[in-house]
Write a protein of this length. Structure first.
Length: 239
């Protein structure tokens, strides 16, 4: 398969990213669920390499595949570095490969130098002590094994498929927004990210009101009914 690359760039909205970062992944997942988009959470095995890590920003999509024995690599990895935009989250689809790391310290350093704000990989990383000083990173596991001769980047700037938490695939388009924290990684379609964040901003105080009522001794069912938590959220996909 020949390597492919695209050069389309997205300018992230710094204000919107700051607002998104304030929210928990649970809140954003709830909003998307009520909108009719229930399958936007990546597989539970994709976890923060360092506990407590958070990241938020628009996706820069990368994909690769396993190399056959003796197959020459036609990597576009260096082109990926040059195409990165400030504030982006590099999201790497490995095609299910688990045999070696996909990202190590040198790649992470280059990504940071180019302005990336984090990485999400449905596979392994290595050099975790280096990476933790460079970028927020989410991955399935850590290994010392390098990818050379085993796995290869083949395309970037195109939509990719990532494993979802319910077993279905989650399609990530370039520029979709990514929010990651200790509970997992949520993918927000770029076309509705402003609406999602606005809905989340309005949902948080309602959730706090419910919790406060329960702590006062109000029956949980009654507290939930009185709050009308989701009435402000537009149903994009009717159920």
């Amino acid at each position: 398969m020949p390597a492919r690359k695209t050069s389309k760039r997205f300018a992230p909205d710094a204000g919107l990213i700051r607002r998104l970062r304030r929210h928990a992944s649970e809140t954003i997942s709830d909003v998307l669920d009520v909108m009719g988009l229930p399958n936007q959470v990546l597989a539970a095995g994709i976890r923060p390499v360092v506990p407590g890590t958070r990241l938020a920003g628009p996706a820069f999509c990368v994909c690769g595949r396993i190399l056959a024995p003796g197959e020459p690599a036609a990597s576009v990895q260096y082109a990926v570095d040059r195409a990165l935009t400030k504030g982006c989250i590099v999201v790497v689809a490995t095609g299910g490969y688990r045999g070696s790391a996909i990202i190590g310290g040198n790649i992470a350093a280059s990504y940071r130098q180019r302005g990336a704000a984090g990485v999400v990989v449905d596979g392994a990383i290595r050099d975790p002590q280096e990476i933790r000083r460079l970028l927020p990173a989410f991955a399935t596991h850590v290994t010392p094994r390098r990818p050379g001769g085993r796995w290869n980047v083949v395309a970037f700037g195109e939509s990719i498929s990532m494993p979802g938490q319910d077993g279905n695939e989650v399609i990530v388009h370039p520029g979709d927004f990514i929010l990651g924290d200790g509970s997992g990684v949520v993918v927000i379609p770029r076309s509705i990210v402003g609406e999602v964040v606005e809905a989340a901003d309005r949902l948080v105080p309602k959730e706090k009101k419910v919790l406060a009522a329960i702590r006062r001794g109000v029956d949980r069912e009654q507290a939930l009914k009185s709050a009308d938590r989701y009435g402000h959220i537009r149903k994009i996909v009717p159920r």
